[in-house]
Design a protein around this ligand. Structure first.
Ligand code: AMP
Ligand code: GLY
Length: 409
């Protein structure tokens, strides 16, 4: 088989996936892709699976789907039906992410530890719960997909009611409901497994920096940086996470006959009372992927192809530490400014630069969204990788940007 592969998505996560595949000698396409990938992939437009089928004619390349939206919309099912080998769960599998309400129900039914929550379907209901609440903070979570921006931690009733009023203006979010959830404390880990719905293998554990700034009260974002591998889990903790989180989900997928060939991501809070699941994602994390992929020495073509056929590939121990720093445009996450000029600067050894939201104008680069670039440093240790990442960040001339100074600290 020719090593032909299409990556679906347009972020820095997909750039990292493209880069891994290009290094394994694959011929790579990307849709919608981004301008920064164009050196390694042929970019083309396909707004639907049908357009993808049309583009490839009788060819059937491997498809790796990066983001949650096409998975929730059933791309994986449609393309599999057309004969493409696909990495990515079915739409039913994707519900674990696209309906936080369903994910809660599954966790409850299968005994997966997670914070208590109930669902409000209208603002008055939620306001009434807030009025009667005695324990703060509380957490509001939009059940549907919200690009990492649907979660609010509310310190007190004043903040909570202000959010209710703000969200009252968004009728579409109430259909699937708002989870009203207990607040947990502890430290967070992103555990991602490659799975065929029955068996699974851990990818290197990563940590995501979700807050906009080092201030824990600053807004939640899609993720401002990541580190992999995180090595502070002992074998007991790994075993507990398997027994309490992944094994029950495998039972759920098997019992419900849900086709799942892809990555399952558990956002975990390690609390004094043990592990708790904050969320499931049905794809790799962004920016975790930008750290995890270059931390591994694997043939990514073989890896993803095996998974598309339902064989769970072996994951070797990480060969390098990776620190990924996101450079965001001014105004992110609320109103990022587009069209800001960027000069990427010279490359540095042991660093990678992934594009997310850039366009090329008159030969130069401009920002075109919130999270614009991810810069990765690679080394034998996290501190060294961190030094390299920030050295490369300093070479980028992007005056109207923001990045966290503390990734990997
Ligand atoms: P999620 O998208 O559900 O992972 O939520 C985004 C972020 O909000 C998480 O990474 C946590 O930092 C925070 N968060 C979510 N749920 C809770 C909770 N129940 N208690 C405390 N923090 C939470
Ligand atoms: N970095 C968190 C996510 O991808 O959802």
């Amino acid at each position: 088989m020719e090593r032909d592969v299409v990556v679906v998505g347009s972020g820095a996560r997909e750039h990292a996936i493209v880069h891994g595949l290009a290094q394994s000698g694959a011929t790579v396409w990307a849709t919608p892709g981004n301008a920064g990938m164009a050196e390694e992939a042929e970019i083309f437009a396909a707004a639907t699976p049908a357009e993808m089928v049309q583009f490839f004619g009788s060819r059937r390349p491997l498809v790796v789907i990066g983001p949650e939206a096409p998975l929730a919309a059933g791309w994986s099912d449609a393309l599999r039906e057309e004969g493409f080998p696909v990495v990515g769960p079915s739409a039913r599998g994707a519900l674990l992410e696209s309906s936080k309400r369903l994910a809660k129900e599954v966790m409850r039914n299968y005994g997966v530890p997670t914070a208590e929550a109930k669902t409000a379907y209208n603002p008055d209901q939620l306001a009434a719960w807030v009025g009667a609440e005695t324990r703060w903070p509380k957490v509001f979570k939009q059940s549907g997909l919200a690009q990492g921006k649907g979660v609010r931690i509310l310190a007190d009733p004043v903040e909570a009611l202000a959010t209710v009023e703000q969200w009252r203006e968004l009728p579409q979010i109430w259909q699937d409901g708002i989870l009203y959830e207990d607040f947990l404390t502890g430290y967070e880990l992103s555990v991602q497994v490659v799975t065929n719905g029955h068996e699974y293998e851990w990818l290197p554990v990563a940590r995501d920096y979700k807050r906009l700034t080092p201030d824990p009260k600053s807004p939640n974002t899609g993720g401002m940086g990541a580190v992999a591998p995180i090595l502070d889990l002992d074998a007991n903790a790994v075993d507990r996470i398997n027994r309490q989180v992944f094994d029950p989900i495998m039972t759920y997928l098997t019992e419900e006959k849900i086709l799942y060939r892809g990555v399952l991501y558990a956002g975990l809070m390690m609390t004094d009372d043990g592990v708790q699941v904050l969320e499931f994602n049905v794809r790799m994390g962004d920016p975790e992927t930008q750290a995890v992929i270059p931390s591994l020495a694997v043939d990514w073509w073989e890896f993803w192809l095996a998974l598309s056929h339902g064989q769970v590939p072996k994951v070797p121990p990480p060969h390098r530490a990776a620190v990924a720093v996101v450079m965001a445009a001014q105004g992110y996450p609320e109103k990022p400014v587009s069209g800001l000029p960027i000069r990427l600067g010279d490359a540095l050894p042991d660093t990678l630069l992934y594009h997310a939201a850039t366009t090329k104008r008159q030969g130069g680069w401009e920002s075109d969204g919130g999270r614009v670039l991810t810069i990765v440093g690679l080394a034998d240790s996290v501190p060294e990788a961190r030094g390299r990442a920030y050295a490369r960040v300093r070479r980028v001339q992007f005056p109207d940007s923001y990045h966290r100074p503390d990734i990997g600290e």
